[in-house]
Design a protein around this ligand. Structure first.
Ligand code: PHE
Length: 364
């Protein structure tokens, strides 16, 4: 004898397996905001089963009521059957609820964002003016046959000074004072790359290297503790001063315009011999304005230091100075950018004032 009809059991099993299927579907797909909708539906179905079977006026209490008119033996037997059915339902619901909790926790922790929120329209970025000028210079020097190589900013004294013929107590070190660590320095110029590159590659060679440099300079409109330089050098069997002039002249013509003139005056660098400073004719006033703010009325703008690589430097690198010779030059990227784009103060490059940065967004 049984108090629970097969129909009733079938109905329950049908409903619970529907819930289990839905749960499986949720678990097998990626969590997104449709998951929360499906979980809501799942919970509604569970509530429905609960109220249908377990609530005060539900099927289980009704069945227990029916027992009251029966004999004690029947009560015991059929009561057991009802209890078993009730336990089955309660356990099923408990297991399913645990699984739901697990999914909800996942949503909360891995995925705690409001997916219905509308996102902000994205703003278009642009390159910083220093990057733009670097790129322009790389293009010109690539056309002139130079390779581009990356460098290191954290250096040792040997590569920044000694190998470049600037011994420990040489007064020229004052020109390039820098920041010192326990076991290294911040490079003061990109000339360290002459050494680094030639330790790895042998001549013939024609390279430029661009990067940040550091000096113990007080900050003002034209000086900064950090700036960028471009170093260029070429070494081969028959390189002479005329090759240096010709190369720089072609660079200037390509970069500042075909009318631009160049002028060299003698200078001193320990790593070049002879050395020179190169000026260009003012591309702004064409040497026609006594009050020009770019050339200060002189008609000339000094833009770089250069020279023939000192044979001592070549010897330091095991390159035979009787067979090989080379030229080198170094220029400040900020200075070029300030001249070309009429930027009055070096501090503007890194103050990160967004309106300043936006001024150049049209160029790239
Ligand atoms: N390194 C020099 C400076 O920082 C520039 C330079 C480079 C001069 C190469 C000559 C040759 O002032």
């Amino acid at each position: 004898m049984s108090i629970i009809s097969q129909d009733l059991k079938d109905k329950y099993h049908f409903n619970i397996s529907e819930i289990r299927n839905l749960l499986q579907t949720i678990e097998s797909q990626k969590l997104d905001f449709s998951t929360t909708e499906l979980i809501k539906e799942l919970k509604r179905k569970i509530e429905k089963i609960k109220s249908e079977f377990l609530s005060k006026k539900g099927i289980i209490p009704q069945l227990i009521n029916e027992l009251s008119n029966l004999s004690p033996d029947q009560k015991r037997e059929l009561g057991k059957e009802i209890n078993q059915f009730k336990n089955e339902i309660e356990n099923d619901i408990k297991t399913i609820n645990k699984q739901i909790e697990k999914i909800e926790r996942k949503i909360k922790y891995q995925f705690d964002i409001d997916l219905s929120i509308t996102y902000l329209p994205s703003q278009k970025g642009s390159f910083h003016i220093i990057s733009i000028v670097q790129e322009e210079l790389i293009n010109v020097f690539s056309e002139l046959g130079f390779f581009v190589m990356d460098g290191v900013e954290i250096e040792d004294e040997y590569h920044n000074f000694e190998a470049l013929n600037i011994p420990q107590d040489h007064p020229a070190r004052d020109m390039w004072d820098t920041f010192y660590f326990k076991d290294g320095i911040l490079r003061t110029h990109t000339s360290n790359m002459q050494i680094r590159i030639l330790e790895k590659y042998k001549p013939p060679i024609k390279v430029i290297s661009i990067g940040k440099c550091y000096r113990r300079d007080n900050l003002d409109a034209t000086h900064s503790f950090q700036f960028h330089q471009l170093e260029g050098f070429a070494i081969d069997e028959d390189i002479n001063f005329l090759d240096l002039i010709r190369t720089l002249y072609r660079f200037v013509n390509k970069y500042f315009g075909p009318e631009t003139k160049v002028n060299f005056i003698p200078s001193y660098f320990p790593f070049t011999e002879p050395s020179a400073e190169m000026s260009i004719s003012c591309f702004y006033c064409q040497q026609n304005d006594e009050n020009c703010s770019v050339c200060k009325g002189t008609g000339w703008i000094e833009i770089l230091g250069c020279g023939m690589i000192n044979p001592i430097v070549l010897k330091n690198l095991d390159i035979d100075p009787d067979k090989y010779s080379g030229f080198a030059f170094g220029l400040g990227i900020e200075r070029i950018a300030m001249l070309k784009y009429k930027i009055p103060d070096i501090r503007m490059f890194f103050e990160n004032y967004i309106e300043f940065n936006k001024l150049f967004s049209e160029i790239n």
